[in-house]
Design a protein around this ligand. Sequence first.
Ligand code: IPM
Ligand code: MG
Length: 370
Amino acid sequence: MTETKLFLLPGDGIGPEIMAEVEAIIAFLNAKGLTNFVTDRGLVGGCAYDAHGAAISEADMQKALAADAVLFGAVGGPKWDSVPYEVRPEAGLLRLRKDLGLFANLRPAICYPALADASSLKADLVEGLDILIVRELTGGVYFGEPKEIVTLENGQKRAVDTQLYTTSEIERIARVAFDLARTRNSRVASAEKRNVMKSGVLWNQVVTRIGKDEFADVKLEHVLADNCAMQLVRRPKQYDVIVTDNLFGDILSDVAAMLTGSLGMLPSASLGAPDAATGKRKALYEPVHGSAPDIAGTGAANPIAMIASFGMALRYSFGLVDLATKLDQAIAGVLGKGLRTKDIAKAGEATITTKEMGAAILAEFKTLVG
Ligand code: IPM
Ligand code: MG
């Protein structure tokens, strides 16, 4: 079997703890002869700053570029609150996204039946929820220039961020969303703010054209991003695929995450364009949640979003759809048995640790894989 290179970047806070649970699954798959993953690990975020004075070293960037997929934990924490802006922990993640060209961020929000009452919304609103947020990840206000704080002659300061999109940036993310909708319920909702933003006007025009010319079989609706946020907490099941820009996608995906019971549940895949020669996409997989410094080291972290992110790697980078489906089933099975980390437990309910949750999912996965 050919070797597949996985580059692990556990990062800060709970990152290393949740990554350890994925490493146990990788070890099992390799031992079974089902995969031949070769793993290497690097530093990103605050730990990279402590070691190298940068949010990610050049050597680790090279390894990320050479890998078949990158698995990313989480970055940041109060320890690095006052480091210079250019080398803050998040800069490592943003550089990976930009330099690997990971323009398409897939954030599925699935409510497992067993968790419907862990959501802050009424169970019947979220039961069976299955939506996919497709977030543009390398453009918009995250990367637009100028991005600066300048001092004016009168001593005032002036801060500028630039929201910027070109036709082709919108076209390629729209195509990803429409393509994925075809594998689901063939509905796309495109969210922008065309009522106040020029980038929203262009976004709306381009998505409309791509839908009409290339995906006439997919039903397209347009929604203002603020209304979309409201609809997500009002009647979330009305959506199938939501496509939106970098900043709105950041916000809407946090809302969607809470619908599923906990931010600890939401995985994500960040994909680049297919390589012209090999057809392979650069890819990074990461949980949507952060480094949770308040619970780091206590064993309270929920490893499910990290494990499900690895499941997305099996599906999208390695075509191991059957194994990916079984891993999702293992997660659902463990939740169905009532096993809960603290974040998804009801008041008074017994909880298990990160390691126990990881071990329970692996045991369930082993029985499914056989
Ligand atoms: C996310 C995070 C990041 C973002 C931060 C850590 C830079 O919130 O992946 O959603 O804003 O994109
Ligand atoms: Mg976010």
